[in-house]
Structure formats: structure tokens, C-alpha cells
Design a protein around this ligand. Structure first.
Ligand SMILES: *Cc1c(COP(=O)(O)O)cnc(C)c1O
Length: 407
């Protein structure tokens, strides 16, 4: 008899975006003359930068000729992209990362989900709340948690991100083995200082733990004091893996390209306490279960590192940050406190009200869709996330409607 992985039955159904869609379509059906503006999405809206389009066309033409055709590429990614990553992302910030420590993939979501399988199932997890749901759900699937009780899984140390700590959790007083951190954060938009990250690196060293550092929004950092990479922190090569993605930097959410940095100095231990190379384990996993990102896509990603590509991606993130600034200013004028939006494309608004009630109020009175914070975890209650991923005209119109409705 075929049996299921019963850990899947512990998963809380992901009602958030389905619930939002249901409420929005009910509203639209009842009010067909009132157009709705969606500031709830975590997906980009602007097209790929022209350099990426040119690279895609050129690489497609290469695939059309026998002399330049590419079959299977290296599972870890082409050297041209791995080397460009080191040269443009890490070397200028003084981070020691080698090209063969960079693993090109089809997305950070997949990397997050896949990476945990090289670690033991009985390790102690520390995961932020509110959070990108992938970190929690993939560990539930793997059997690292108990049942979900009132929205929280047994076996996870939740790192509360609240107004009291500025939405940047301090290290816990209890030990953990695998720690997830995301800065700039989704959903809060908060960033971590050098000192805050250094405390996490010290904690990980003390407990021989590993930090999975999700830097998907790194390109939105404008404050020069804020680290872009965890490897800017002394000693991080011994305790941290970093996730990077082209999705939010360059509009690759539908094109799919990301990478993982796994330092060769990183170790994890077997039951006898013997150290093993995490790089070797991940390389084994990646080359066994993955066959590389499409050549034209890797060429498109590498085009971002040309001078024109750097200028175009900067203009793209500047554009979204311009939307975020308008959102932040409008929210502040309404007397609500918020974080994010200055080094991230999300504004996290502390409404002090039930997050679904506030969502309904914005939808009914302003025809604007936001994301209720409770959908990201218990600490998200009382908050909503407003996304800067939209056209300028839509953002301006949405903010004018919100101001009129809440005034
Ligand atoms: C969007 C996002 C990613 C990127 O995921 P991809 O699979 O590379 O598109 C990673 N982490 C967080 C927190 C995100 O919001």
C-alpha cells in the first residue's frame, strides 16, 4: 500500500493569498464600477531590463546553430556567471567568496526548500515571525516540527519581530542549530545593522549552528551603513549560507535565476561529532538532483553586470523605491507608524487594528488591496504589508484613495 509523507498533513493550508483573492473577487462582483488597485502582491510589475532582452535574443540565436549550440551545462552554473557574481557582488564589498562557492539555480524559493535536506531531521530551528512561509513549510514537510497549535509549530524557536525590537529579532537565549534570517525583510522591509548581524554570527559560532541568510532584496539597500551580504561580517564564512535572487533586482520572477553561496569553510557534523564539508554535501545534492539553469537565462543574468545592465537595474530598483517612499510618506501623514520602504520594496504598517479588518476597510472604502500581516505569522497581527511593486500611476491613485478613505 502506497503511503504518504504524513508530515504534510501538519501543514496549515496556505489560505492567505487565496483568502485575499476570494474577498477581492467578491467585492469586484458586487461593485463592478469600482476598479481595484492591488498593492498586495510580492511580484514585480516592470519588464526585464533591455540588456537582459538583448542577451536572451543573442543566446537564443546561439542555440540555433550547431557551432554554438549548448546542451547540458555545468549543474553549478556557467563559469561566466559564477565569476561575474564574485567580481560584482562580493569582491567590491570586501567579501571573500570564490566562484566555485556560487551555485546558480532556478530560484531562491527552490534553494530554500532544497537546502534543508542535507541537514539532520532532528535539529533545532530558529525562524522569524512574521516570515516568508517557505522556511517554515519546508521544514514541516521534512518532519522537523510537531503539530501546529494555534498557528505555531512545536519544535520551532520563533524569533519575534515586533515594534519593541524594531522588527529585528535579537539572538535567542536557547540554542538553535539552523537559523533563518532575511534582510531586507519580507514582509517588514526592516534591515539589520552590522552589529545585529555580528551578534547572529557570534551566536552561530557559539552553538556550531548555520545561518541561512536570505538576501533577495539586497539591491534595495540605500543606507551605506547597512551590510548587503552576511559575508561583510567577520567570521560569517564559517557559519552562513547566503541566498541571492535576480527576481526582485531585475524582474526575473518569471524568468527564474538565483544563486546560493556555500563557503568551503562551512562545516556540519555527524552523530559522532565528526565535521563534514557543507559545500561538498550541497554540491553532491545539487549535481544529483539539478541539471542547471537554461543557458539563455544565465546569459541574461550575466548581462546585468555590464555597465548598461548596472545602470538599468539601479533605475529599476530606484523606481520601486520611489513608489515605496510615496507609500511611506502617505501612511505617515495618516498618523500611522511604519517601517520599511527605505531599503526595501515593502512598507509594514502598524495599524494597531485587526489586520483582516484593516484589509477589508481599505478594500471597501479605498478599493485598494494590501496584505494582512496575520498571514505572515502571529507577530504580523496588527499590521499590513503594502507593496511598492506597481506602476507610479497606480500607486499615486491608490494613495489618494487611502488618504480620502482614512482621513
Ligand atoms: C521573492 C523572494 C525570494 C525570491 O524567490 P525566487 O524563487 O528567486 O523568485 C526569496 N526570498 C524572499 C523572502 C522573497 O520574498
Amino acid at each position: 500500500m502506497i503511503r504518504i509523507n504524513e508530515h504534510y498533513t501538519k501543514l496549515k493550508a496556505s489560505y492567505l493569498f487565496a483568502d485575499i483573492a476570494k474577498r477581492v473577487s467578491a467585492y469586484v462582483a458586487a461593485n463592478p464600477s469600482k476598479p481595484v488597485i492591488r498593492l498586495g502582491i510580492g511580484d514585480v510589475t516592470e519588464p526585464l531590463p533591455p540588456v537582459c532582452i538583448e542577451a536572451l535574443h543573442a543566446a537564443t540565436d546561439e542555440m540555433a546553430r550547431r557551432e554554438t549550440f549548448k546542451g547540458y551545462g555545468p549543474e553549478q552554473g556557467y563559469a561566466f556567471l559564477r565569476e561575474a557574481v564574485v567580481q560584482h557582488e562580493f569582491a567590491p564589498r570586501g567579501c571573500h567568496v570564490e566562484a566555485d562557492e556560487v551555485f546558480i539555480s532556478d530560484g531562491s524559493k527552490c534553494d530554500c526548500g532544497n537546502l534543508q535536506e542535507i541537514f539532520s531531521t532532528d535539529l533545532r530551528l530558529a525562524i522569524p515571525d512574521p516570515v516568508y512561509p517557505v522556511y517554515v513549510d519546508t521544514n514541516v514537510m521534512a518532519g522537523r516540527t510537531g503539530a501546529n497549535v494555534e498557528g505555531r509549530y512545536a519544535g520551532i524557536t520563533y524569533l519575534d519581530s515586533t515594534p519593541a525590537n524594531g522588527y529585528v529579532p535579537a539572538v535567542p537565549t536557547t540554542p538553535a542549530d539552523l537559523i533563518y534570517l532575511c534582510f531586507p525583510n519580507n514582509p517588514t522591509g526592516a534591515v539589520a545593522t552590522r552589529a545585529q548581524l555580528a551578534a547572529w554570527v557570534a551566536y552561530a559560532k557559539q552553538h556550531r549552528a548555520i545561518i541561512l541568510f536570505d538576501a533577495a532584496y539586497e539591491a534595495y539597500i540605500r543606507d551605506p551603513q547597512i551590510p548587503h551580504s552576511i559575508y561583510e561580517i567577520e567570521g560569517a564564512r564559517d557559519v552562513a549560507i547566503e541566498f541571492r535572487s535576480y527576481s526582485k533586482i531585475a524582474g526575473f520572477t518569471g524568468t527564474r535565476c538565483a544563486y546560493l553561496v556555500v563557503p568551503k569553510t562551512l562545516q556540519a557534523y555527524d552523530a559522532a561529532g565528526q565535521p563534514h564539508s557543507v559545500h561538498a554535501l550541497w554540491n553532491r545534492r545539487h549535481s544529483t538532483k539539478f541539471n542547471g539553469v537554461a543557458y539563455p537565462i544565465q546569459r541574461a543574468a550575466a548581462a546585468i553586470y555590464t555597465p548598461a545592465g548596472q545602470q538599468q537595474t539601479r533605475a529599476l530598483t530606484d523606481f520601486y523605491l520611489g513608489n515605496a517612499r510615496l507609500i511611506r510618506e502617505a501612511v505617515t501623514r495618516l498618523g500611522l507608524s511604519c517601517v520599511g520602504g527605505d531599503n526595501a520594496p515593502y512598507v509594514w504598517v502598524n495599524t494597531g487594528l485587526d489586520s483582516w479588518a484593516f484589509f477589508d476597510r481599505l478594500l471597501q472604502q479605498a478599493q485598494v488591496v494590501c496584505t494582512p500581516g496575520a498571514g505572515f505569522g502571529r507577530c504580523g497581527e496588527g499590521h499590513v504589508r503594502i507593496s511598492a511593486f506597481n506602476s507610479r500611476a497606480n500607486v499615486e491613485q491608490a494613495l489618494a484613495r487611502i488618504a480620502a478613505a482614512l482621513a
